[in-house]
Design a protein around this ligand. Structure first.
Ligand SMILES: [Ca+2]
Length: 172
């Protein structure tokens, strides 16, 4: 275990300052799209019934509350993407309140450049969230895509809330 811990630390510092908890790498297509929620929740909205807000916890996170059915869907920013290209997706999340069964950071691809036409699922970073921060990851290769939208979703018992931070979507 000691070896493993050292390896994880090396990986963290080898990728730049605070890389494991910092989404500002220019290779992250969400780096300029409020990926880290430093000041507000701008660019990230909840579907009707659910809600999102800025939470000053941990130097800024996105807090999201479920609708009355125990569902949560968040629409993230639309960013340009290339067709037939491999991408990775990751985010950190934790349970802030209540019982959450499952979360998934889904990504949809679109045939136009405004995330409005030809929607198709691209990939997801799924995981059952816990009260401690954990990172979910996933990867996918685009088809005929010119733009993508990140759409985090969760399900659980009505009244739950989750926190998200450090969304990453980039090539490779
Ligand atoms: Ca943050």
């Amino acid at each position: 275990m000691r070896f493993l811990a050292a390896f994880v630390l090396l990986g963290t510092f080898g990728s730049g300052p605070a890389a494991a908890a910092d989404c500002r790498d220019p290779a992250n297509l969400l780096a300029q799209q409020n990926c880290g929620f430093d000041k507000d929740a701008k660019g990230w909205t909840a579907v009707p019934g659910a809600s999102v807000s800025h939470d000053v916890a941990d130097r800024g996170v996105l807090k999201a509350a479920a609708d009355s059915q125990g569902s949560l869907t968040i629409n993230g920013p639309c960013v340009a993407a290339q067709g037939k290209t491999g991408y990775h997706i990751s985010a950190r999340l934790r349970v802030a309140a209540g019982t959450v069964y499952f979360c998934s950071v889904n990504v949809f691809q679109y045939s136009d450049d405004r995330c409005s036409q030809g929607q198709e699922p691209l990939g997801s970073a799924p995981g059952p969230p816990a009260t401690a921060w954990a990172t979910v990851t996933g990867s996918a290769t685009t088809g005929v895509a010119r733009s993508v939208q990140v759409q985090p979703v969760c399900s659980g018992q009505p009244g739950f809330a989750v926190q998200f931070d450090d969304f990453v979507f980039g090539k490779g």
